[in-house]
Design a protein around this ligand. Structure first.
Ligand SMILES: C[S@@+](CC[C@H](N)C(=O)[O-])C[C@H]1O[C@@H](n2cnc3c(N)ncnc32)[C@H](O)[C@@H]1O
Length: 198
């Protein structure tokens, strides 16, 4: 039995079962629609790690992307599969602890939304290694770094100086900061960048 999956799965699964999903926007993120509508990312094979209820997965599938979505919580996966059927859309939806998972071949792009900030900072290096490994060379990482200015989490504060060390310039080409900042409740916002795997 996969012990790491069972404890983490329970933690997140319980939040879904108790309806404690304060992160859930209930609709596609405007950052993603901006990236797609402005044609910065043409339809390709894209991974959405920690997809949650997966509004972005539905949106990307509708826009012609070949989407792979991963989440550890069975309730999130169940909801997303139901929505895909309701909307007659296709995506590959996988229930897994992404630390123990790999795509069958590297993907063209990854959409990162509230996945890094949901992880304890001691796991960030391992997560960066996963993102790097999952992507093709020159693959794109659509990154949104949560700003909370608090030590507590999740969500954990993804300070940009820490992100620049984590996503080091030897491995990642950084764009300028994207102007859009989504404001969340309690003053949280995300800083948005397009990173490219070198
Ligand atoms: C804060 S929620 C964000 C969900 C979604 N990205 C959104 O913005 O609505 C974090 C998600 O990460 C998932 N998760 C946490 N650790 C994970 C892991 N190790 N592997 C896969 N999914 C994980 C949780 O089940 C949860 O759905």
């Amino acid at each position: 039995m996969d012990e790491s999956k069972s404890s983490k799965e329970n933690e997140w699964e319980q939040l879904y079962q108790q309806g404690k999903t304060g992160w859930d926007r209930g609709e596609v993120s405007p950052n993603l629609s901006y990236w797609i509508e402005s044609q910065q990312i043409p339809p390709c094979r894209i991974l959405v790690p920690a997809c949650g209820h997966g509004y972005e997965v539905l949106y990307l599938a509708e826009k012609g992307f070949d989407v792979i979505a991963v989440d550890i919580a069975p309730s999130a996966i169940h909801y997303l599969n139901k929505m895909l059927i309701e909307h007659a859309l296709n995506a590959t939806v996988i229930e897994a602890n992404f630390f123990n998972w790999n795509p069958d071949k590297p993907v063209d792009a990854i959409y990162e939304q509230t996945s890094l900030c949901a992880l304890a900072p001691e796991n960030w290096e391992q997560y960066e290694q996963c993102l790097y490994r999952w992507l093709k060379p020159n693959g794109k990482l659509l990154a949104q770094f949560m700003q909370t200015n608090s030590e507590a989490g999740p969500p954990f504060h993804c300070d940009i100086s820490t992100m620049l060390e984590l996503f080091a310039k030897q491995r990642w080409q950084w764009s300028d900061e994207h102007e859009t900042k989504i404001i969340h409740s309690a003053g949280k916002c995300e800083k948005v960048y397009l990173l490219e795997k070198k």
